[in-house]
Design a protein around this ligand. Sequence first.
Ligand code: 5GP
Length: 186
Amino acid sequence: NNERHLVVISGPSGCGKDTVVKHLCKEHPDIEVSVSATSRQPRAGEKEGVNYYFLTREGFEQKIAAGEILEYTEYCGNYYGTLKREVDKRIQQNKTVVLVIEVEGAANLRRMYPECTTIFIRPPSYEELRERLMGRGTEDEASIRRRLARAVEEMEYAAEYHYVVINSVIAECAEEIYNIIQQRLK
Ligand code: 5GP
């Protein structure tokens, strides 16, 4: 079943989902992550085409109009969206594609691909999440506050996912996700 090769992962900002997915893809080359487009500014160290395709708001809107975007949303004031070609090219190569997207995008994907695999990553606790967001140093105070408020909202959506995993230890969380994917593909 092709749709099961589509894996949607969500989790609140700061839960470590990008690190977990990076680990997962490194350990398992048959799994690749789809690189999204965004209108937010790159953080220090982020690379074009690796972390995101960075676009202006106008550039993003042009891609929507051209039908190049599978799903998109506005999150904390910026556009984020999945590019069709990112997913299609990997499905054609028989790869398992991971989309790391927020809860609204995940709900849209589930409507489009009812058989896709959905996984929600929870932080061990709210306190831990707050510490990670502050310690990361990538966000200013206002943005941290917005992201924490959004995290509380997002946590309510966990029950809508096929699986919920807790990220305490990165490698363990990544293996748990790998095992889930293997189960779904059987
Ligand atoms: P960040 O700014 O921390 O990189 O991402 C903010 C949120 O946007 C995260 O929850 C991230 O998973 C989500 N996100 C990233 N790319 C996409 C996308 O293509 N579509 C949707 N719906 N959300 C995305």
